[in-house]
Design a protein around this ligand. Structure first.
Ligand code: GLU
Length: 294
């Protein structure tokens, strides 16, 4: 009996000691966690980041016709815009050259997945669905979606788009954004809308869509009357808003642009650290001012 009691006391002591031990360990872990959080602002050179450094070139997918973001001068071949500047700064930080590849909404993810490019900085909206497949940095800019029409169409509101055909880019958020805005506005009932299964090609409830591979093709389709309207982010539409064309009286669906990288790669954390740094130190605001994007 005495022996049993001793064993029980011994057990209690061991448990108490191990509890103390694990509390001390937990404290150490918290300290380590705080240090890690502080350190996360430091740039970590993981194996994949080292590969880019060893290669000597950062390959970036950018737009070529979005003024102020990614724009290529057709005569000189030079790219300019805030997304070009962000790419250039990332390359500078890595100590490598930068190489631009023009991408579209339809091609950017394929090129990232195939490893042809290291990141996409191309008016790429962060969505929960996309986050399942790629990493996105903290947003560096927020745009809105709107609709461009020929003045002769006399379309000026979301309501006027009922039963019309709208041109959108494949691989974009545009059709979904427009349908949701029309539902929110009470122009469409939304009875058949399911965000999980929505497909622009199949949607015919009160508005329908034609999908194109690039924006010049939609602009041409708008001119010829193949579509009644052209829907995408305002920053992208700007270059196509020529004489005789206007935006409708609605802006909707905030589009947060982030730098997309391969899911769970070390480069994702590297890029995010830089974007946060440049959001904090005014670099990004400087670009917004420089390119009059405010
Ligand atoms: N920003 C929108 C998207 O990511 C429009 C498409 C585009 O960026 O070209 O879907």
């Amino acid at each position: 009996m005495k022996k049993r009691k001793l064993v029980a006391m011994g057990l209690a002591l061991t448990m108490a000691l191990s509890l103390c031990g694990s509390m001390a360990f937990a404290e150490e872990e918290t300290e380590a966690g705080t240090e890690a959080a502080e350190e996360s602002e430091e740039l970590v050179i993981t194996e994949d980041v080292q590969e880019i450094i060893d290669r000597g070139v950062l390959r970036v997918g950018v737009k070529n016709a979005v003024e102020g973001f990614g724009y290529q001068d057709t005569l000189t071949g030079e790219y300019s815009g805030m997304e070009i500047d962000i790419a250039t700064l990332i390359a500078e930080e890595l100590g490598v050259d930068v190489e631009f590849t023009t991408v579209t909404a339809a091609t950017r993810t394929e090129l990232l997945d195939s490893g042809d490019i290291d990141c996409v900085i191309a008016t790429f909206t962060i969505t929960d669905e996309r986050r399942e497949s790629w990493d996105f940095s903290t947003p560096y800019y927020t745009d809105h979606v709107t609709v461009l029409v020929q003045d002769s169409s006399e379309i000026t509101t979301l309501e006027d788009l009922v039963d019309k055909t709208v041109g959108v880019s494949s691989g974009s958020t545009s059709a979904r954004s427009l349908v949701e805005a029309m539902i929110d506005e009470g122009v469409l009932t939304g009875d058949d809308y399911d965000s999980e299964t929505f497909d622009p090609a199949l949607w015919e409830e009160g508005v329908s869509f034609r999908q194109y591979d690039d924006y010049p093709a939609i602009s041409t389709a708008l001119e010829s009357g193949e579509v009644d309207a052209f829907c995408v982010d305002k920053s992208i539409l700007a270059i196509y808003k020529t004489d005789g064309r206007s935006y409708i009286d609605a802006e909707f669906a905030p589009q947060e642009y982030g730098v997309a990288t391969t899911k769970d790669s070390g480069f994702s954390a590297y890029v995010d650290t830089l974007i946060n740094r440049w959001l904090e130190d005014g670099t990004i605001d400087g670009f917004i001012e420089e390119y009059a994007l405010g």
